[in-house]
Design a protein around this ligand. Structure first.
Ligand code: 0RQ
Length: 501
C-alpha cells in the first residue's frame, strides 16, 4: 500500500533528479538525519550529479548544508565528493566531508546539538531556502510520520521556504506513535518552561506538520539507513566499562544514586556500546535512558528487561539489529520515544531529570579539560555533538577513552589539551582502561594528581608527574593551576616532529 495517502499530495511525486532541480547554487539547504538514521537517500545523490554537471560547464555550484547530526555516504559523502558544500553544520562524521573540512574547502560550524534548531529560529544562520526531509509515511490529512530519527526535522519544515519530502518505505509503517514532536517552542522573551518531568513523558505530537503549499516535490524510496557494525568489546573497552559500573555501585552504597540509577545518556562509539553491554550483565534493574542515540547495546538492555524505557532522538544500529528491530517494532511500542534533538538534548530536561552522561573523548589534560573533537589541535574528527549539552547539565558525567592511541605513540592524558570542548569546570569523572578519576570537589592540583595516578598509562605517568612537579616549582605565585607555558603543548609537538609524544 502506498505510504502517501493524502490525495492532494500524491500529484507531487517526482524522481529525485526532478526534485533536486528545486535547489540552486548558494541555497541554504537543511536535511533530516541523525547518526546515520532518517536522512534522505535519493535527492542528495541527484543534487551531487547536478553539481558535477554545473562544474563541468564551468559554473559554480555549492550549497550550505544543515542537518540534525551525522548522515551517511549517500548524503555527506556524495555532496562532499562533488565539491558541492560551501558550509556545513552542526555535526558530521563522514570521511569525505571531514577531508573537505580539514583541507579548508568546506567551512564547518561545530555546534552543540541542542543549539542548532534554536539558533536557526533566532536567524543566526540566515534564511533557510529548502528542507529535504525523509519520513515513513504521509497521512490523509497531510501529517507526516517520521522514521528512525526526528533530529531537527520539525525546525527545518517550519523554517524552509520550499520543502522536498522523501517517503522511505524501508522504515516500518508501524513507526506511527513512536515520536514526540514538541510544538511549544517560542523565542525569548515568550519562552515557557519545558514541562518534561520524567523521561517518557509526552509533551508534543506524534507527527511532523508541514504547510502543504511549501511542498515542491515528493520522492519515494525504499533504502536502508547507514547501519554501522560495532566492534565486539575488547579488553580495554571491557575494563573501562567495568570501572564505570563499579563506580555506579559505589555511588549507590554512598546514597548518592538510587538502586535503579538515574536516566542514562550514552554517546556514540564502541566504548559507549560496551558500557551498555556491561550493564546488561549486571544486577541493575528498572533502568531508564534519556539520551540522543539508541545503539545496539541499549536495545539489548531493553530486550533483557534491565532497561524499562528510552527517550532519544535517533537510532544508530548495526544492519542486523536494524533488520531485527524493523521486524519486531511493535514489541518496542511504549518503551521507546523519539523526540526532536532540541528536547532530547535540552539543558533544562537533562538537569531536571539528573542524567548520567557517558561520552567518548580524544584526550584530557591533567586538570581535566577535555578535547572531544580535534587531533593534534587542528584536524576535526566529528564534532562536539551532544557531549556538551549532556556533560554540563548532567547529574554525573563520565568521559571515557583508552589511555593510549596509535599503538602507544600518543597518550590521551597530556599536560595541556590541544583543543578544549569541555572545560575543567564541566568534567567530573574520567575513565580509561587503567582506572577512574573522580574529580568532583577537587582543586586543580589534586585533580591532576588523581588523573595521572588513575587514568594515565604507566608509560607516560612519570613524565606527567614530573611536568606537574616542575610546573608547581616554577610558579611560586601561580600554584592554583600551574603550567610551564613553553612546554605545555610540547607533547603534541614531539608527536608531529618524531611520531611519538
Ligand atoms: O582514529 O580510527 O584513525 O584509528 O580517534 O577513536 O578510540 O575509536 O574512539 O570511537 O569512541 O570515538 C571522541 C571521536 C571517540 C567520539 C570520539 C583517534 C583514534 C581513532 C576514534 P582511527 P576511538 P571512539 C553523543 C555524543 C564527540 C561527539 C560526542 C566523538 C579515532 O566519542 O566523536 O561525544 N565524540 N557525541 O585512533 C589522536 C588522540 C586520540 C586519537 C583517539 N589522543 N590523539 N588521535 N584518537 N584518541 C552522540 C552525538 O553527538 C551524535
Amino acid at each position: 500500500m502506498s505510504r502517501i495517502t493524502c490525495s492532494d499530495l500524491s500529484s507531487k511525486v517526482v524522481t529525485a533528479e526532478q526534485a533536486a532541480v528545486h535547489i540552486s547554487h548558494g541555497d541554504r539547504v537543511a536535511m533530516s538525519g541523525f547518526t546515520g538514521s532518517g536522512y534522505p537517500k535519493a535527492v542528495p545523490g541527484a543534487l551531487a550529479s547536478q553539481a558535477r554537471t554545473e562544474h563541468e560547464d564551468g559554473r559554480d555550484f555549492a550549497i550550505e548544508l544543515w542537518t540534525g547530526a551525522s548522515t551517511a555516504p549517500e548524503l555527506d559523502g556524495a555532496l562532499a565528493e562533488a565539491d558541492a558544500v560551501s558550509k556545513r553544520l552542526p555535526f558530521q562524521s563522514d570521511p569525505a566531508m571531514r577531508k573537505a573540512i580539514n583541507d579548508g574547502s568546506t567551512e564547518y560550524v561545530d555546534t552543540h546539538l541542542s543549539h542548532s534548531a534554536q539558533q536557526a529560529w533566532f536567524g543566526f544562520y540566515g534564511n533557510l531556502d529548502v528542507a529535504v526531509v525523509e519520513v515513513a509515511a504521509i497521512l490523509p490529512n497531510g501529517l507526516l510520520v517520521p522514521g528512525s530519527s526526528v533530529g531537527n526535522s520539525k525546525t527545518w519544515l517550519d523554517l524552509a521556504d520550499k520543502v522536498i519530502l522523501e517517503v522511505n518505505s524501508w522504515h516500518p509503517r508501524a513507526y506511527e506513535g513512536f515520536h514526540d514532536v514538541y510544538y511549544g517552542t517560542r523565542r525569548p522573551p515568550e519562552r515557557l518552561p519545558i514541562q518534561l518531568l520524567e523521561p517518557m513523558q509526552r509533551i508534543g505530537d506524534p507527527y511532523l506538520r508541514v504547510d502543504p503549499a511549501k511542498i515542491v516535490a515528493i520522492v519515494e524510496t525504499n533504502a536502508p539507513d547507514r547501519n554501522l557494525p560495532f566492534k565486539p568489546a575488547d579488553e580495554d573497552s571491557t575494563a573501562i566499562a567495568s570501572h564505570l559500573v563499579d563506580f555506579l555501585r559505589h555511588e549507590i552504597r554512598a546514597d548518592r544514586l538510587p538502586p535503579e540509577l538515574l536516566p542514562l545518556q550514552s554517546g556514540v562509539g564502541n566504548v559507549a556500546n560496551a558500557v551498555m553491554g556491561n550493564l546488561a550483565e549486571s544486577e541493575f534493574e528498572g533502568l531508564t535512558a534519556y539520551t540522543e542515540v539508541i545503539q545496539d547495546g541499549m536495545l539489548d538492555l531493553i530486550d533483557n528487561g534491565k532497561l524499562a524505557s528510552v527517550s532519544a532522538t535517533a537510532f544508530s544500529l548495526s544492519a542486523e539489529r536494524a533488520a531485527d528491530f524493523n521486524e519486531n517494532i511493535e514489541s518496542y511500542k511504549g518503551r521507546i520515544l523519539l523526540r526532536t534533538q532540541e528536547m532530547s538534548n535540552h539543558p533544562e530536561a537533562i538537569r531536571r531529570l539528573g542524567v548520567i552522561a557517558i561520552n567518548g573523548m580524544v584526550e584530557a589534560d591533567i586538570y581535566g579539560n577535555v578535547n572531544s573533537t580535534h587531533v593534534m589541535g587542528s584536524s576535526i574528527i566529528n564534532g562536539i555533538g551532544g557531549s556538551g549539552d549532556f556533560a554540563r547539565n548532567a547529574y554525573l558525567n563520565f568521559f571515557v577513552s583508552n589511555s593510549l592511541a596509535k599503538d602507544g605513540a600518543i597518550s590521551s592524558v597530556v599536560p595541556f589539551a590541544s583543543h578544549i570542548d569541555h572545560t575543567e569546570h564541566d568534567t567530573q569523572i574520567l575513565v580509561t582502561e587503567q582506572g577512574l578519576a573522580d574529580l568532583r570537589g577537587l582543586s586543580p592540583v589534586a585533580r591532576a594528581r588523581t588523573i595521572i595516578a588513575n587514568c594515565a598509562h604507566p608509560d607516560y605517568r612519570d613524565r606527567l608527574g614530573d611536568y606537574l612537579d616542575r610546573a608547581i616549582a616554577a610558579n611560586p605565585h601561580g600554584r592554583h593551576t600551574p603550567h610551564l607555558l613553553g612546554e605545555a603543548l610540547s607533547w603534541h609537538g614531539n608527536f608531529q616532529a618524531t611520531g611519538r609524544m
